[in-house]
Design a protein around this ligand. Structure first.
Ligand SMILES: [Zn+2]
Length: 433
């Protein structure tokens, strides 16, 4: 692809400063020049060529780093239950995952962190297919299935059909089975192991319950680290959050129920952990799932309303303590469909008290280390990889513009257009109102 010069863009560079007007040159897959200019005119983009570079006159549109989704399940198939996800035959399932991967890129998520797959190898196969160009998708870290215990979250087998093929998760009991399971997923080539440390009310085991022994968790982490893998945990209970810190589980999903001890422990090691609360799941399960039988009365009885309140309090406390909270979480259910993930940023602003700047940083600057890529992504700086979104609007003024595909004018990943910006119509001299 030719080099690309964005001119007249308002640049949000991921550093936390107010955006500035300038030009950005992309050569190959790298941002090679960022220059401050003056105030720009607000006109729709136009395109021309200078010295072999495609010039996008962005007309004052907002240029930001591609977003990073911290808790992605490509294989959740927008259905209302774990069974409905798990029972999809593998042939259809892999095609579904490929379609969803493209959808994330369409919506500006240029990187995604896999948080568990519904079958052992779905995530690995998708990651490899993205990397070798077979399919289109974001940068991706592949996860294992959810590792669980008999009767725990993710054990969807029936008493008369105990076969592992019927299980949503990988079921282990005891340290040696855990070790074997981690080794199996390492053999398959996952980037991370997902362990379900706590329950999940919708499955019958409350989120405040914890299901593994300390010894089983220790073996999981020890074995994963021996293979150079990361561990991520479904951790709703305070006990499970503490286990994450105590045993070195880097990625903490949910963390709804915390106490002072859990918060203190986490704060003391805040640069060693990431928290992705998945508020979308709690909010929409509690209040927007009636169509699937989960009326607010039902979900209140399940404990979700109380958990949502607890989770918001936990996130507010974590924000104050400087613990990194990232967007993403359990999109891929019927009431949290894939592609609506930028709602997480709205929830951060509306419920957790983040500024729009903090919400944007949670999806950009903090995404680099979450992707194990340090500062190579998440910034618009010379030398960074060119993952760039051109936005019609100002997410700092209205964070919800990122939920609207039509406002995401272009998506570039690794210096390549996934979607080039629409070019100015000769008759149009202003943006549509
Ligand atoms: Zn999840």
């Amino acid at each position: 692809m030719a080099d690309v010069l964005y001119t007249n863009v308002r640049i949000f560079d991921g550093g936390g400063e107010a955006p500035f007007t300038g030009d950005v040159l992309v050569q190959g897959n790298t941002i090679s020049r960022v220059v401050k200019t003056g105030f720009g005119q607000r006109l729709p983009p136009s395109s021309s060529t200078i010295a072999g570079a495609q010039v996008i006159d962005a007309g004052g549109a907002f240029l930001m780093p591609g977003m990073v989704e911290a808790h992605t399940h490509f294989s959740w198939n927008d259905q209302p239950s774990l069974d409905a996800i798990q029972r999809m035959p593998p042939e259809e399932h892999i095609l579904w995952c490929a379609e969803v991967a493209k959808k994330y890129l369409d919506m500006g998520w240029t990187s995604c962190v896999g948080a568990a797959a519904a079958k052992p190898r779905l995530d690995v196969v998708i990651r490899n297919a993205i990397n070798d160009g077979t399919i289109v998708g974001p940068r991706y870290l592949a996860a294992s299935q959810e590792i669980t215990v008999p009767g725990g979250l993710g054990d969807t087998t029936q008493p008369h059909l105990p076969q592992p093929e019927f299980a949503f998760g990988a079921i282990v009991s005891g340290a040696e089975e855990m070790r074997r399971c981690v080794r199996m997923f390492a053999k398959y080539g996952v980037d991370s192991l997902k362990i379900n440390l706590s329950g999940e009310s919708i499955t019958g085991m409350p989120g405040e319950m914890s299901q593994f022994t300390e010894e089983e968790i220790r073996v999981c982490v020890e074995e994963a680290k021996a293979w150079g893998k990361r561990v991520a945990a479904h951790a709703r209970s305070a006990w499970s959050v503490k286990q994450c810190v105590k045993q070195g589980i880097e990625v903490i999903y949910h963390a709804s129920f915390t106490d002072e001890e859990a918060l203190d422990m986490l704060e003391a090691k805040k640069l060693e952990h990431f928290v992705a609360p998945g508020l979308a799941w709690l909010i929409n399960t509690s209040h927007h799932a009636s169509q699937w039988g989960l009326t607010p009365e039902v979900t209140k009885k399940m404990g979700y309303h109380r958990e949502l309140e607890a989770a918001i309090d936990s996130m507010k406390a974590m924000r104050k303590r400087g613990i990194r909270i990232l967007p993403g979480g359990d999109y891929g259910f019927a009431w949290t469909p894939h592609g609506t993930n930028a709602k997480d940023l709205e929830y951060f602003v509306r419920h957790v008290g983040m500024s729009t700047m903090e919400a944007l940083l949670s999806a950009t600057a903090w995404g680099g280390p979450m992707m194990k890529m340090g500062k190579r992504i998440g910034y618009i700086r010379e030398g960074c990889l060119a993952d760039l979104l051109l936005i019609d609007g100002d997410p700092l003024a209205d964070i919800t513009v990122l939920q609207d595909k039509a406002r995401i004018l272009s998506v570039m990943k690794d210096g390549q257009w996934h979607r080039a910006p629409p070019v100015r119509n000769a008759r149009a001299t202003r943006w549509a109102a």
